[in-house]
Design a binder for this molecule. Structure first.
Ligand code: NAD
Length: 456
């Protein structure tokens, strides 16, 4: 039995279920396959209307969805509302994208010939998602998959199944029967889904070790794969930056939602002349963040997802070999709270600097120059997001050219995603094509080239 607990009050069991085994998985994949023809034949305008209807119903039920997010994953209520409105906007966006031209024409070699490309859906796609954005991440995978005529079998995270069920129920009621299937469970269910011979593609978001296994399995099967994985994102603060703006922005990016965002800031690298002053301002900004029940409008930090996640973060702090400038302690009570923690490190191989902790824990380190700052930022295996704080346009351009990250943000938090622009990282943070925006169309469709000749 798998149980999904309320991280603020773990005695509140939000959901409990038996994981789906091979038979249930096969049933969902076969239903998805069987629905494909009708769904594709329904045409893009009908699919667009379905996406709009899902968007409308989710908007009508936004308050219910946001309070479930707070209860099941401990997301601060203001962020929970923002996640639901983003999901609403994404369904609406792909309702329009579904109507874009679905091919191109090229000059043909001969007379009375047309040379045309057309985009076709890929087939039954597996979608495997993490617990931390249980409405918006599945949406930014499923909405384009469905809009372009694919069927989906979705495996939500076992730590967010109630949120998953709500979203799936809303979507399912506007779709052709069987086109969206759901299987529940953890690693065994996910890997059995990937092993199913009729799954044509997999879109995965989660941790680096699991994503690498998913990529290996997909390559073995020869199926399309995109994996979005972890980050250990750096913010580099140069001496010419607006230090107050940088401190408040980084404090929020590092500790908001207890640091449980793949785009959270986990490493703060500060150019030497500003180091001591900036460090003190950052500590003050972090200490000003309210850590309260996520239902409270003032909440910024909130609890961690599980006791295991909190124990592993505390272990990383102990092993860091650095000085704890603030935090490092837990809160009284049954919720999985950890005070926002800033650790000053000298050695970039420290576990809080080199490895994703996925908690309200950040490392701060000094750099003698911008060059050293970029070198320190690039030392880790991840490359999802990096931020620069500076007012010097030349240094901003040099940073953008030399930093190893898929998303670069200047004078802005590492956290935050624009759903209409391509999203993804470099190195171990991503594998396969980008997602979101128009990039999603490349993954969820394949182009065929047709030559039509009228004959002699
Ligand atoms: P996770 O890797 O533990 O699980 C992700 C999903 O994979 C879950 O649904 C899980 O049940 C499933 N899974 C586990 N083992 C599997 C296997 N062997 N085969 C198939 N599926 C399997 O990640 P999590 O703890 O749910 O989420 C946190 C991680 O996700 C962090 O590393 C975070 O950085 C990352 N993340 C990345 C992004 C991004 O866009 N880059 C966004 C959000 C979260």
């Amino acid at each position: 039995m798998i149980r999904s607990l309320n991280p603020d009050s773990p005695s509140d069991v939000v959901d409990a279920f038996e994981p789906d085994g091979p038979e249930a998985i096969d049933e969902e994949v076969q239903r998805a396959r069987a629905s494909l023809e009708e769904w594709r034949a329904s045409g893009a305008p009908a699919r667009s209307r379905a996406m709009n209807a899902i968007s409308r119903e989710l908007e009508e039920r936004a308050a219910e969805a946001a309070s479930l997010l707070v209860r099941e994953v401990g997301k601060p209520i203001t962020e929970a509302r923002a996640e639901v409105s983003r999901a609403v906007a994404i369904w609406r966006y792909y309702a329009q994208i579904a109507l874009l031209p679905d091919g191109e024409t090229y000059p043909a070699a001969g007379p009375r010939q047309w040379l045309i490309t057309r985009r076709y859906a890929v087939g039954a796609c597996a979608v495997i998602t993490p617990w931390n954005f249980p409405m918006v991440i599945p949406t930014w995978k499923m909405a384009p998959a469905l809009a372009f005529g694919n069927a989906v079998v979705w495996k939500p995270s076992p730590e967010a199944t109630a949120c998953g069920r709500l979203l799936a129920d809303i979507a399912d009621s506007h779709l052709t029967e069987g086109v969206l299937g759901v299987v529940q469970g953890d690693a065994e269910t996910g890997s059995a889904l990937l092993g199913h011979a009729d799954v044509a593609a997999v879109s995965f978001t989660g941790s680096v070790p699991v994503g690498k296994q998913v990529a290996v399995e997909a390559a073995r099967r020869g199926m399309r794969v995109q994996c979005e994985m972890g980050g250990q994102n750096a913010s580099l603060v140069l001496a010419d930056a607006d230090l107050d703006h940088a401190a408040s922005t980084i404090a929020y990016a590092a500790m908001g939602y207890a640091g449980q965002k793949c785009t959270a800031t986990s490493r703060v690298i500060v150019e030497e002349p500003a180091y001591a002053e900036f460090r003190d301002r950052l500590v003050a900004a972090i200490e000003g963040l309210p850590i309260v029940d996520p239902r409270d409008e003032a909440c910024v930090v909130g609890p961690l997802i599980s006791d295991r996640a909190r124990a592993s973060a505390l272990e990383a702090i102990v092993q860091s070999g650095g000085a704890v400038l603030t935090g490092g302690t837990t809160l009284e009570g049954e919720g999985f709270y950890l005070c926002p923690t800033l650790v000053e490190v000298q050695d970039p191989s420290s576990p809080v600097f080199a490895q994703e902790v996925f908690a309200p824990v950040a490392a701060i380190i000094r750099a003698a120059s911008m060059d050293e700052g970029i070198r320190l930022a690039n030392t880790v295996e991840y490359g999802l997001v990096a931020a620069l704080f500076s007012r010097d346009v030349g240094r901003i351009m040099d940073f953008s050219d030399r930093i190893e990250a898929g998303l670069i943000r200047v004078n802005a938090p590492t956290s935050g995603v624009d759903f209409h622009a391509p999203f993804g990282g470099t190195k171990s943070s991503s594998f396969g094509p980008r997602e979101q925006g128009l990039a999603a169309r490349e993954f969820f469709t394949e182009s065929r080239t047709l030559l039509i000749s009228a004959g002699a």
